[in-house]
Structures are given as C-alpha cells and as structure tokens.
Design a protein around this ligand. Structure first.
Ligand SMILES: [Zn+2]
Length: 234
C-alpha cells in the first residue's frame, strides 16, 4: 500500500463504498462504528513530515500518469460529511487557471486533501500569499507546490508582451523576472517562473519563511507536462 494516499495507510480508513454498505447491512452498530472510524483521518496530517507530504503528492501523480488512480474509490458522501466543520489538507498547490491542469485529479487526491489556489500564470500575488499563509498557519499544511505547466498561455503572452485587452497585462510584471532570467523559450520561462514564485513565497512571507526555516513546511516548484500528465519537480 506504499503507493496509496496517506489517509488509506491506516486500515480503518480503507472503507470503500461497497465495504461501507456491507457494514451497514451487517448491523446498525457496525455502521455507526465504521462511520466514527473515519474521524481519525482528519488528524492524520499531523504526523506527516514535509517530505512525506511531498512524496504523497508525487505518488499520487504517478498513479495518475499510470492510470492506477484510487481517489475515485472513496465514498464522497462520507468524505463530505466529515469535512463539513473542519479541513486538514496536507498540501497546498498554486497552479495556473488553465483548464488542463485539474489539481486534485493530477495528484489523485479527493475532498479535503489539497488546498488549491489558482491564478493564470501561477504567480504569487498578495491575495495568493494570504491564502497560502492561511493554509500554512491555520490549516497546518506541510507542503506548498508552485505548479507551472507546459504551453501556458499566460507565460506565452508575457513573453510576447503585446497589447492585450482589459487587465490581462496585470499578470505580466509577475512573470517578467522569469523572462529576464530565462529569455524567450516558453518551457525555460515556465520552469523559471515556478521556481521564482516558490522562492518569493519561501522567503518573503513572514508566516511561511519561519515555518520553512524550522523544517515544518516545504515550498517546492514543479512543471506539469500536458502530454504525459507528469509533474516534474525543479
Ligand atoms: Zn497557464
């Protein structure tokens, strides 16, 4: 089970929908007991180290790439019920708004597992920093991943630097440092952008920086390849 989601690693959390229905059919008491046994998963993140949390994300991506996903086996109704009053996601991901980067899917995770922020170009803005600070300080996430992706329209537009309508150009200054560093190659700028945004977050937030220093939180960057579904850390 080493490749399974963290909340499955204790046997009491391995109830599939079928098993749960089986339990209810056996006796009402068993059903209540099974239901209550789902509660410990809400505290499971406490025992995770940042490296465990990163491994969980990358293992999930491996399951996604190989088509061996397990997140659909969980009973969403039960997960919903037990996360109504509380959430304890183990990871946060800052991804692009791009429709081809569905965060939970590509990491094979389900309700309550990932705290997701998304904005075109996966750039760190004050609102994004505030959201991720909440994830780190209040929710206790162990890992933050800044996730760029192949063929990113926002990065492409920033490299081209043409006139664009509305406020689209408000994204450009955030991406410019990556262009300054990596030139005009889309893949190189995308990778550099994720790295720069991660560094910015790691070093500039008065909430996140000390947690990183104390080893309680890790901020990493990666790039998602659309064609393969693979996330590559940088
Ligand atoms: Zn994008």
């Amino acid at each position: 089970m080493s490749n399974s989601p963290w909340y499955e690693k204790t046997s009491i959390l391995r109830f599939s929908r079928r098993q749960f229905i089986g339990a209810t059919a056996t006796s009402a008491f068993a059903a209540v007991a099974a239901d209550c046994l789902f509660m410990p998963q809400l505290n499971a993140q406490i025992t995770l180290t940042p490296n465990d949390a990163l491994k969980e994300l990358m293992d999930g991506n491996e399951r996604f790439v190989s088509g061996r996903m397990t997140s659909f086996e969980h009973d969403l109704q039960i997960l919903k019920e037990h996360t109504v009053d509380k959430q304890e996601p183990f990871a946060a991901v800052l991804a692009c708004a791009d429709s081809r980067v569905p965060v939970e899917l590509i990491f094979d995770e389900t309700i309550g597992q990932i705290f997701v922020t998304r904005v075109a170009g996966n750039v760190v803005t004050p609102e994004i920093i505030g959201s991720l600070e909440y994830g780190a300080a209040v929710l206790g996430i162990k890992i933050i991943m800044i996730l760029g992706h192949a063929n990113c329209g926002a990065v492409k537009a920033a490299i081209q630097g043409k006139d664009v309508p509305g406020q689209i150009s408000s994204l450009f200054p955030h991406i410019q440092p990556a262009i300054d560093k990596a030139g005009s190659d889309l893949a190189a700028v995308t990778k550099a952008n994720a790295e720069i945004q991660a560094k910015l977050l790691r070093e500039s937030s008065p909430v996140i920086a000390p947690l990183v220093k104390e080893g309680k939180l890790k901020v990493v960057s990666g790039v998602y390849t659309l064609a393969t579904g693979k996330v590559t850390l940088s």
